[in-house]
Ligand binder design. Structure first.
Ligand SMILES: [Fe+2]
Length: 292
């Protein structure tokens, strides 16, 4: 079978089918998936009973894997493959984490609008999140289309941001949420990086308003002024008309392009298991070659 697509939102996001994700994609399939990602930015695959090894193998077809904040935290996790990222509310022993733990705090940080690993260089290209267990209610993941957000900006704002960049910092969300227990060594492990507020998405040629909660301030501006401008731009980018809300089913794999979307998890009952596993591909030149 070949790739089939059914749009899920007027601007972006589609349900994808016709390819068995338990097998590494052929070059033709990868090309078709990249083309679909360039158009839709978010693809939803239903009923994918992937093992961790299969999920990692599928992701590796698109580039080297990114482990993000694991470089700082180094805490024990449940993953068989350490390149996969545990987006669950579960401890290493499989039990539900206490709501006051740093594990739970990571879950709360995921509820802020962000682009995975925008705090590092290289940043993330695709992420692929697989649902193994979900709560009865809540816990949706929402995606915002940053290309549509750019398109909707007034020309005056486009001109204003054209040559601006923002600094992104790995621990900013943690600090915002009241967790300040980081050593200088941990902070130095992932120093801040700057990204232009506007960049051109290589696969589609469309301009992107690149904001998100990892951005701490605008380079060269007073912190407060830059932070408030970033907040305004984030509010613009996450208007409901630019947002697709994904209601999870067990077995879903959702893949998105972090270079042109933001996402956030939504609140749910923390006494229920939510087991999600993420593989993320770094945005490096040798990755996604046929996506451009
Ligand atoms: Fe994320």
């Amino acid at each position: 079978m070949t790739l089939q697509l059914k749009p899920l939102h007027p601007l972006f996001a589609a349900e994808a089918s016709g390819i068995d994700l338990t097998q590494a994609p052929t070059p033709e399939q990868r090309k078709a998936i990249n083309a679909a990602m360039n158009q839709y930015a978010v693809l939803v695959w239903r009923n994918q009973p992937l093992s961790q090894a299969q999920q990692a193998a599928f992701a590796l077809a698109f580039g080297p894997l990114d482990i993000g904040l694991k470089r700082i935290f180094k805490r024990p996790e449940r993953m068989d493959d350490e390149r996969l990222i545990d987006i669950s509310n579960l401890n290493a022993d499989g039990r539900i984490a206490d709501r006051g733990t740093t594990k739970a705090l990571s879950g709360f940080a995921n509820q802020l609008w962000h682009s995975d690993s925008s705090f590092q260089d290289p940043r993330a290209a695709y992420s692929m999140l697989h649902a193994v267990a979900i709560p009865d209610a809540g816990g949706n993941t929402e995606f915002a289309d940053l290309r549509a957000a750019y398109d909707a900006l007034p020309q005056r704002t486009r001109d204003e941001i054209q040559d601006l960049s923002a600094e992104h910092f790995a621990l900013h969300t943690r600090l915002l949420l009241g967790d300040e227990a980081y050593t200088e060594d941990q902070k130095k492990t992932m120093p801040p990086v700057s990204w232009p507020l506007v960049h051109t998405h290589p696969g589609s040629g469309r301009k992107v308003l690149f904001v998100g909660v990892h951005a701490t301030h605008i380079d060269g501006w007073p912190i407060a002024e830059g932070r408030m401008f970033l907040a305004d731009l984030l509010e613009h980018a996450t208007q409901r008309e630019f947002v697709y809300a994904h209601r999870w089913q067990v077995g879903d794999l959702v893949m998105w392009d972090n270079r042109c979307t933001l996402h956030r998890g939504r609140r749910y009952d923390l006494t229920q298991r939510r087991d999600m596993r993420r593989a993320t591909v770094m945005d490096v030149p040798e990755a996604l070659l046929d996506a451009v």
